[in-house]
Ligand binder design. Structure first.
Ligand code: AMP
Length: 506
């Protein structure tokens, strides 16, 4: 019997008497205990009638039990489908219906709504709360951990993760055993994870970053996690002294830097800080190095592909770039219209191929054909370029491309200049409808605390460094940029907000 992910990540826990998880109260869970809990959940899922290949949708808070449930699903060959805890019942219904989930597990305080969602879609419903208690845990406890893991092939599905869907309906990315295991092995090796590592884990576990990049790598390496419900500066400051590594989204780093208690001494012992899921400003990278002496290692990935590129562990971690393709991953930059490769240094569509790339979108063969080429290259939707040394940088999402007066404008180029202006903390550049130009470039600025940026001076500075068509037609100030839980700026919300600014009344 083989079950690649179970064998690599979970089976080794069976005899481990040392802790694999520590929570915010300092309570520890040994490897053997996590293993037993995983098998109990696997047995519970089977007792509820789930079979290998069935989908298990979960909308649950982060806890050791939630992680054990993920491990149990892998052992039972059941496809794990984690959902953002912020989704409303109506949103959850789409995922349950679309995936044909056999079981929905949700928080007890949402039981009334979610049980109906499940019932309407022919799924069962069980509960699991933030402390790991609930009807599913009751069943698991009753049944106990006697369970024989189910055989799985490398190409069998391990998980379905839905894309965040800011431009349309979310799509379920089908991730196989081999997708997850190959990526976890490559990351463990490239980032030098060992059984001596203690990862400060503050990311959500409904997303590829917290669930696969963080958890799979640590389990595979035999390390330990300080498993916190989410990111809080005071908690991070408290637990960093006990950790060797931290994985974060850029906002974790900017918020740590805002704290005077985040000092060089506090993190002198740390081995590695990584960042991803959204662009890390070069300025943050530099400020972090100035404060701590550590250079954050930035990497790039997505739901459909796991991780694609990383700055080097040894060698220069170049600010503002996402490094080189990971071992076994091919990256090429193509013309978005023709699909032909563009010359080095030219911005174009990032396409990736490798064992990490997903199998397709769940029951959306047409969407799959549009984005996953027959030759295996996935069209990421990200625009990027490769510099003379081979470092890849992301210019932006293709859907954020602005077409003004027939010219293409990549927001990132303008944002980099805006960010450098006096009094500007950060910026986002968007396109909004314009009667003459089709779209007009709008610069949205967040002032630094207490600063009053001089908008006329900024406009003049833009005039010096940018071609006329790239210069923002207008600059607006906002208190902060809208971001999702992974720290990504939600440009769709900004576009909605400023949609009517150039509208001419009929
Ligand atoms: P998700 O599928 O939610 O993980 O989002 C993936 C998207 O996040 C990618 O397609 C990129 O647009 C963005 N992303 C991830 N990592 C980075 C990074 N290091 N720099 C810039 N954008 C990133």
């Amino acid at each position: 019997m083989t079950n690649p992910l179970y064998d690599a990540l979970i089976a080794p826990l069976a005899n481990r008497t040392t802790p694999v998880l520590t929570d915010s109260t300092g309570a520890e869970m040994t490897g053997a205990k996590l293993h037993a809990k995983a098998l109990s959940y696997a047995a519970a899922l089977c007792s509820l009638g789930l079979k290998p290949g069935d989908r298990l949708a979960v909308q649950i808070d982060k806890s050791a039990q939630a992680l054990a449930l993920y491990c149990g699903a892998l052992a039972a060959g059941i496809v794990f489908l984690p959902l953002n805890t912020a989704y409303t019942a109506a949103e959850v219904e789409y995922f349950v219906a679309n995936s044909g989930a056999a079981l929905l597990v949700g928080a007890p305080d949402k039981q009334d709504e979610l049980a109906q969602v499940a019932a309407r879609n022919g799924a069962r419903f069980e509960t699991l709360d933030a402390l790991g208690e609930g009807s599913l845990t009751d069943i698991a406890r009753l049944i106990g951990p006697s369970f024989t893991p189910v055989a799985r092939a490398a190409d069998d599905l391990a998980a379905i993760l839905y894309t965040s869907g800011t431009t349309g309906r979310s799509k379920g990315a089908m991730l196989t055993q081999a997708n997850l295991l190959s990526n976890c092995d490559v990351l463990m090796a490239e980032w030098r994870f060992t059984d001596q590592d203690v990862l400060l884990h503050m990311l959500p576990i409904f997303h590829t970053h917290g669930l696969f990049v963080a958890t799979n790598v640590v389990l595979r390496a035999g390390g330990r996690m300080i498993f916190l419900a989410g990111f809080k500066v005071d908690q991070a400051l408290k637990f960093l002294p006990q950790a060797t590594t931290m994985m974060g989204v850029p906002t974790f780093y900017t918020r740590l830097l805002d704290s005077p208690e985040f000092t060089r001494d506090l993190v002198a012992h740390m081995r590695l800080f990584t960042s991803g899921s959204a662009p890390l400003l070069a300025e943050t990278h530099e400020e972090f190095e100035g404060r701590t002496g550590h250079r954050i290692l930035e990497r790039y990935g997505m739901t459909e592909t796991n991780m694609n590129t990383s700055n080097p562990y040894d060698g220069e971690r170049r600010a503002g770039t996402v490094g080189f393709p990971l071992q076994g991953v091919e990256v090429k930059i193509t013309d978005p219209n023709t699909g032909e490769e563009v010359p080095r240094g030219t911005a174009g569509m990032i396409e990736v191929r490798g064992p990490n790339v997903f199998k397709g979108y769940w029951e959306m063969p047409e969407k799959t054909r549009e984005e996953l080429r027959e030759n295996g290259f996935f069209i990421t939707g990200d625009i990027g370029q490769i510099d003379a040394d081979g470092y890849i940088s992301i210019v932006g999402r293709q859907k954020d491309l602005i077409i003004t007066g027939g010219y293409n404008v990549y927001p990132k180029e303008i944002e980099l200049i805006l960010d450098e202006q006096e009094g500007v903390l950060e910026s986002a550049v968007i396109g909004v409808p314009h009667p003459d130009f089709g779209e007009a470039v709008v610069g949205v600025l967040v002032p630094r605390a207490g600063a009053k940026p001089d908008l006329d001076a900024i406009k003049a500075a833009m005039g010096e460094s940018l071609a006329k068509f790239k210069q923002p037609k207008t600059l607006v100030e906002v208190a902060e940029l809208p971001r999702n839980t992974m720290g990504k700026v939600q440009k769709n919300l900004l576009r909605q907000e400023f949609d009517a600014m150039f509208k001419v009344d009929a």
